[in-house]
Design a protein around this ligand. Structure first.
Ligand SMILES: Cc1cc2nc3c(=O)[nH]c(=O)nc-3n(C[C@H](O)[C@H](O)[C@H](O)COP(=O)(O)O)c2cc1C
Length: 184
């Protein structure tokens, strides 16, 4: 696929086919993730790939809507055959960039790796949805993640269900987001 098509076709996918994603494809996508830029080349990311249904169900139950932990989990996530939890190694980041690294850089790095994976998924006919509304504490417990790793996002991965229409997406006006030379 052309790069422009990959970028334009990437959408959050919230309905998946009951079809496994081959391991070699998963590894290829994670390789794209590993190639992402990171502040000082720290590469703080750690990917935990969950295929096991029991573990995935637990992860789904650690999700919620928006910022209210008491809302319903994202049950549609149960359809995704793979959930990838992306953690940041807070110690690695702190060793080089101290508080600024932990407050800002690590999240930018994780964002970059997730976007690489998400775009790569499109090129392989796959879909993803980036999940930020979940409990890092519960997730760390489910996955046995040590305290120096922070679960930052969960990414669902699978073959999109073509029967499910993709939600409409409103893009902000260019005039509100793009400025030349100075903000106006
Ligand atoms: C940091 C971040 C967190 C997100 N968290 C969630 C989430 O918890 N649940 C969800 O359904 N979508 C989540 N999304 C997906 C966004 O809702 C989606 O990207 C946005 O609505 C634009 O739609 P598009 O991805 O189809 O272009 C998240 C996206 C980002 C970048």
């Amino acid at each position: 696929m052309e790069f422009a098509d990959v970028v334009k076709e990437r959408r959050s996918v919230r309905a998946y086919l009951d079809k496994e994603v081959p391991d070699d494809v998963v590894y290829e996508l994670l390789e794209y993730g590993r190639l992402a830029p990171s502040a000082g080349n720290i590469q703080p990311w750690v990917f935990i790939v969950s295929r096991d249904k029991e573990i995935r169900d637990k992860l789904v139950n650690a999700t919620f809507r928006g910022i209210d932990e008491n809302t319903e989990p994202h049950y549609w996530l149960q359809q995704a055959p793979i959930l990838i939890t992306i953690c940041s190694d807070r110690d690695r980041v702190y060793a080089k960039y101290k508080e600024r690294g932990q407050a800002i850089f690590q999240y930018l790095d994780i964002g970059a790796t997730i976007e690489n994976i998400s775009l790569g998924a499109v090129a392989h006919g796959l879909g993803t949805c980036w999940i930020g509304s979940f409990s890092p504490t519960k997730t760390a417990e489910i996955l046995g993640v040590p305290s120096y790793l922070e679960p930052v996002s969960i990414l669902s991965l699978g073959y999109p269900d073509p029967a499910e229409p993709v939600r409409k997406r409103a893009l902000r006006e260019k005039s509100q987001a793009i400025f030349w030379e100075k903000f106006s």
